[in-house]
Ligand binder design. Structure first.
Ligand SMILES: Nc1nc2c(ncn2[C@@H]2O[C@H](COP(=O)(O)OP(=O)(O)OP(=O)(O)O)[C@@H](O)[C@H]2O)c(=O)[nH]1
Length: 486
């Protein structure tokens, strides 16, 4: 894990004295309190809002038009972000006529990009729409092709009133199957080679990815692309489309930030590249339990073949879990300095040349990491670890979801987070016959599996170590020595 400022000994799951479990929170908080009983949740009457993102020309406007012209019975308000001083394009005007006819509502934010200069305008527009909430059922926000969805997502949580009024339903990312590779391959952002580029960010934050323009590329290329996108974001569901035509319930009513859906969202995703060649033909009485031959021919790009007990959490070293489309990182650190044993990370000797040259990586350094830890975690250790992680690496962590087994807590604890915005709640009780296993998925930059696995394994209540791996004895000795020195 990358070094960062010392973590505060509080975390997102921080306990209140004498407490055992926590409240459901609709607002992301930097610190969630844990109490003895679940708080009742008022019925959710917030307006759902969907963010459509995707690189320039990927098919966002096409998707918006598709949504607006389909007979779904929903009244939709649109927030459109036009970049700079460009006039609203003719397509939008055409849509406006459609909208006026159907009583829909459109707000155009045109003095900059939603993720930078017009964030306040977005919050104001959402609050204004909320005042007219009787007029529609859903808000769709189309961002510019260069927008980073991160700040747009945080707008929903950072405002004083908005979290109680509008619910972020999900981030839908439209990917141009023809051109996305070169955007993914591009290093950094303009003027900042170390920053993750927008195309990667848009995939990393997504709940749904629409691989669009598949009429223009062959299937093998789309398979390869999907593998690459999945390596970046394993939480998102992905589908393929032409002209952004997808079932409407694929993009509206997603519940991507809904804690009740965390488990479903963490489930392994069926690849849309599966070619279902069903060689059976049978009547309507045919179900999963019938005796027909239901063999499916799933074309799978995974290089492994192993038993039924092998799943996404399998750690059997004998299994080859390499997936096509995943990527290996050659992270060679070419350190230009050579100095004595007394030179460490804290060294400030000006004579030493501490410059490091890190070869540039393309932005597939953003990836998904999922792992599980069997047993019950200690709340304090978990809090410390989550707090330290969010504080030190929050910027690098795009999205996180997990289900935790915490000692003394009869319920499963579910959480989701976007950078430092953490939201969690006790969910249903663990069943007696259910194995206590914590499962987590992180989408982020430069995630090191071994470190994450080790640090969270050290959070187990029956492991007599600190999360860092240091023994308590070692720590106590050091503290005693420090005390003696004072
Ligand atoms: N061949 C093909 N063309 C498509 C498809 N989807 C969209 N297009 C075309 O691609 C172009 C860009 O589509 P838009 O929907 O305007 O893309 P956008 O993401 O809104 O573009 P910006 O707002 O400029 O970022 C338009 O000419 C569309 O008609 C598709 O599936 N196949």
């Amino acid at each position: 894990m990358r070094a960062g400022p010392a973590a505060a000994p509080v975390g997102p799951l921080a306990p209140t004295p004498g407490s055992a479990c926590g409240p459901r929170s609709r607002r992301a908080a930097s610190r969630l309190v844990v109490r003895a009983s679940k708080d009742a949740v008022a019925p959710d009457d917030r307006i759902p809002a969907t963010v459509i993102t995707g690189f320039l020309g990927s098919g966002k406007t096409t998707l918006l038009n598709y949504i607006l012209t389909q007979p779904h019975g929903k009244r939709i308000a649109v927030i459109e972000n036009e970049f700079g001083e460009i006039d609203i394009d003719s397509e939008l005007v055409a849509r406006k006529e459609v909208l006026e006819g159907s009583g829909d509502s459109i707000t155009v934010l045109s003095n900059g990009c939603l993720c930078c200069t017009v964030r306040d305008d977005l919050v104001a527009a959402l609050n204004n729409l909320w005042r007219r909430r009787d007029e529609f059922d859903h808000i769709v926000i189309e961002t510019t092709g260069l927008a980073n969805p991160g700040p747009i997502i945080s707008s929903f949580y950072m405002d004083k009133t908005l979290p109680e009024r509008v619910m972020l339903d999900g981030v839908v990312t439209v990917v141009d199957a023809v051109n996305i590779r070169r955007h993914l391959d591009k290093l950094g952002k303009e003027g900042n080679d170390d920053a993750v580029n927008e195309a990667v960010e848009q995939v990393a934050y997504a709940d749904r990815v629409i691989i669009n323009k598949t009429d223009l590329v062959d299937e093998a290329a789309v398979d390869e692309l999907e593998g690459r996108l999945r390596a970046i974001n394993s939480l998102a569901s992905m589908t393929r489309a032409t002209r952004s035509s997808v079932p409407l319930d694929y993009v509206l009513g997603i519940g991507g930030f809904d804690l009740e859906k965390v488990e479903d969202q963490m489930a392994p995703k069926a690849s849309s590249s599966h070619s279902h060649s069903h060689d059976h033909e049978h009547g309507p009485d045919c179900g999963p339990d019938c005796g027909h031959d239901h063999s499916h021919d799933h074309a799978h790009a995974h290089a492994h073949e192993h038993g039924a007990d092998c799943g996404p959490d399998c750690s059997n070293p004998d299994h080859d879990h390499s997936h096509e489309g995943a990527h290996a990182h050659a992270h060679a650190h070419d350190h230009a300095h050579e100095h004595g044993a007394d030179c460490g990370p804290e060294c400030d000797n000006p004579e030493h040349n501490h410059s490091h040259s890190h070869p540039k990586l393309h932005d597939d350094q953003v990836s998904s990491l999922s792992f599980s830890v069997e047993g019950e975690m200690d709340l304090d250790k978990l809090n410390f670890t989550m707090g330290a992680l969010l504080q030190a690496r929050g910027e690098d962590m795009y999205r996180m979801k997990g289900i935790l087994a915490i000692k003394g807590l009869p319920d499963r604890y579910v959480f989701q987070a976007v950078h430092m915005l953490f939201e969690g709640t006790p969910e249903r009780p663990w069943r007696d016959d259910e194995k206590r296993v914590s499962r987590m998925v992180f989408i982020g930059r430069e995630l090191d599996r071994e470190t994450f696995q080790e640090v969270f394994s050290n959070c187990l209540a029956d492991v007599d170590k600190m999360p860092s791996g240091r023994s308590y004895e070692e720590r106590d000795k050091e503290m005693a020595a420090r005390g003696a020195a004072v």
